[in-house]
Design a binder for this molecule. Structure first.
Ligand code: NAD
Length: 360
């Protein structure tokens, strides 16, 4: 390899003014086809942490809107897990299948390194563990590595454990008992998270109704856990007690909520509510909603163990998951007392956790 070929292109990093976020940067290196953004929503709890996403956004405006929204969401998710981390996110514009090159990733990594640890990145849509290893060559501020001293590996089993706990707490609030034996749970999405969750639910004696757009994933869940399979859209009207969305976002909306027969929704997918009004729709139907970013906080807890360089990961992760249970329990109790949607209560509670600690 020539020296020239192995040289990393330094990107131009320009700060963009923002009223809502602590700092937002545009990262540009036309030589390697790179245009992206890094947004730090809040660092009042600690360094901003959140994944790097690559998508063929139609415009820079669309990418900027996404990074602002996602980084704010990370502030709330990290606060819900009570981690000493703030909220951040990064996006790169382009189709990862055709535009993602080591040169582009390395150049972006130089921008992350230049922030000196105010932002920690990890894998998100369009990225893989091997891409994280490429970034690691240029910046120390990357987590989600598959090897190394503090590598946290696949977060999905921890995410699934957190969702399982959320289902149990939700069941206690909605049905008066955490016991899931004999409960019918409808699971949408049988990928990394859904599959692990199905294992835990089956072990607890729940019966499963499942769906996925990939027939092989459905087949293995039917074979391994005796699940009943239904077509994609039939999951909303499934005769079940609990619905666990573990596939995509925006699936709780004006079209799907009227179909639900369940009394509790608790799952791992991000951004399950299509609009804020959908929280009220669920509430009006007497369906208890376990806020997604609290239920799925196990993933970020797992990643945080790497960022925070935790030595004895097992007990630390277990302790954080217990704290997440307390948070969910507390917010569901408050929602019941105040007769308001848990989604609104969660946002209010996390906004308080994001207030800078007042100087003595
Ligand atoms: P995954 O890609 O491994 O699995 C998603 C599954 O959903 C796939 O099997 C896919 O075929 C299926 N799917 C897609 N569209 C569907 C549809 N319309 N109906 C039914 N099935 C559909 O992803 P994952 O890692 O299991 O994550 C699942 C969700 O949980 C995502 O929303 C993700 O953002 C969120 N999440 C994941 C983690 C984690 O640790 N992996 C942490 C927090 C949040």
């Amino acid at each position: 390899m020539t020296t020239e070929a192995s040289q990393t292109v330094e990107p131009t990093v320009t700060q963009i003014t923002s009223d809502s976020h602590e700092a937002v940067y545009r990262v540009h290196a036309p030589e390697v086809g790179l245009t992206g953004f890094i947004a730090l929503h809040s660092t009042c709890r600690g360094p901003a942490a959140g994944g790097l996403r690559m998508r063929p956004y139609a415009s820079e405006d669309e990418a900027l809107t996404d990074v602002l929204r996602l980084s704010e969401g990370m502030s709330y998710k990290n606060a819900a897990a009570d981690l000493p981390l703030g909220g951040g996110k990064a996006v790169i514009i382009g189709d990862p299948a055709t535009r993602k090159t080591p040169a582009l990733l390395k150049s972006f990594a130089r921008a992350i390194e230049g922030l000196g640890g105010r932002y920690w990145t990890a894998e998100d849509m369009g990225m893989s563990p091997s891409d994280m290893a490429v970034l690691r060559g240029e910046t120390q501020y990357v987590a989600g590595l598959s090897d190394g001293a503090f590598a946290s590996g696949d977060p999905s089993p921890v995410t699934a454990r957190g969702i399982f706990n959320a289902i149990r707490i939700g069941a206690r609030h909605r049905f008066g008992s955490e016991d899931l034996a004999g409960r019918r749970v409808a699971v949408q999405g049988l990928g990394n998270v859904g599959w692990n969750l199905c294992g835990l639910l089956a072990e607890a004696g729940a019966s499963l109704i499942v769906t996925d757009v990939e027939p092989a994933r459905v087949a293995r869940t039917v074979t391994n856990f005796g699940a009943e399979a239904v077509a994609s859209d039939a999951i909303y009207g499934a005769e079940a007690d609990i619905f666990a969305p573990c596939a995509i976002g925006a699936i709780l909306n004006a079209r799907t909520i009227p179909q639900l027969k369940v009394k509790l929704v608790a799952g791992g997918a991000n951004n399950q509510l299509e609009t804020a009004a959908d929280a009220a729709l669920l509430q009006a139907r007497g369906i208890l909603y376990a806020p997604d970013y609290v239920a799925n906080g196990g993933g970020i807890i797992n990643v945080a163990s790497e960022i925070l360089r935790i030595h004895n990961t097992g007990p630390w992760v277990a302790g954080r998951l217990e704290a997440l249970v307390d948070t969910m329990d507390g917010l569901l109790a408050r929602a019941a007392r105040e007769g308001r949607s848990p989604a609104l209560i969660a946002d209010a509670m996390m906004a308080e956790r994001l207030l800078p600690i007042a100087a003595e």
